[in-house]
Design a binder for this molecule. Sequence first.
Ligand SMILES: C[S@@+](CC[C@H](N)C(=O)[O-])C[C@H]1O[C@@H](n2cnc3c(N)ncnc32)[C@H](O)[C@@H]1O
Length: 337
Amino acid sequence: MSIHALLTQAFLNRKAFLQQCQQEQTDCYRIFHGVVDGDDMSGLNIDRYGETWLIQTFQQPLLAADLAAVTDFLLAIDDYPVIYNDRSSNNSRVMNELTEAAEQQAQASLIVHELGIQYTSKLRHDGQDPLLFLDMRAGRRYVKEKSAGKTVLNLFSYTCGIGIAAAVGGASQVMNIDFSSFALAAGHTNAALNGVENNSHFVQSDAFPALSQLAGLKVPSRRGRTLPYYPKLKAQQFDLVFLDPPRYAKSAFGNVNLENDYQSLFKPAMLATKDQGTIVACNNVAKVERDLWFKSLVRCVEKQGRVVLESHWIDIDTDFPSFDGNHPLKMVALKIK
Ligand SMILES: C[S@@+](CC[C@H](N)C(=O)[O-])C[C@H]1O[C@@H](n2cnc3c(N)ncnc32)[C@H](O)[C@@H]1O
């Protein structure tokens, strides 16, 4: 199929979804998800971020003729600036140069809207992604709907999208935890944009010591090594805990490894969840099988003498289609006592 035909098909497939976006006041979404929409363009993703189009490639750069065809297609939908980030080499870093005008546009702070909430975004900066992961929209919708009057813990918060959705949804208190000052600075901006500074808290900390302290456990130490500084926190349980770690990350306190060791994060996160509270667990490793992972979560809850009262899978929105309904990003909400 030609690139134009692939784009047309992807756009038609999203007709109902795009209407939903309009109703929900959402102007940032994926219009082409290469892995499923792409045929031989599986490394190509195209997103709308507010009033800018973002084309990204992750396997090989687009040929000039293909880039021109994609650009024409996008401009025919809406005449917004088009930014192209080729991330096909070197740890997904952006490699290609833009014209001066496009570079300025790419580095400008944007405000995008999702579910009526405002978020800051930037299509090129020192980090890698545009400050809001669009596939997490379903998680943000869930917490926005479920947070009224609740205390919420947002772990591995990045730019605090989940925490802001909770605060806008009426949470009484939201604690966002991430070790990146850059990510939390964007979180502060997001809170200010939506007028939820009063119920939003930002803790710059490694998640391992933070979680251990909240759960009332000993902070893990590595024999013979002095631990880096971490802020002291009191033990506390929350009505709603959201756990969305990266697939793999190393720190002085422990390793995040969603394929082989989800429990070392899930156990303290569950202990920081109140009786009758809800923990939302996320795992974006495709080869982790959904039912086996779910059973391992239930086992971990029961090992602590607690019980899963209800479970609810949060389905990813259809702008991120999957082949067989088994999306690599799995999200499940467990109500526990
Ligand atoms: C995939 S993002 C999480 C996305 C986020 N939940 C959202 O809704 O957008 C991963 C985040 O984990 C943070 N991170 C990785 N390892 C960490 C650690 N040991 N302690 C605290 N934050 C960590 C990174 O700084 C990054 O912001």
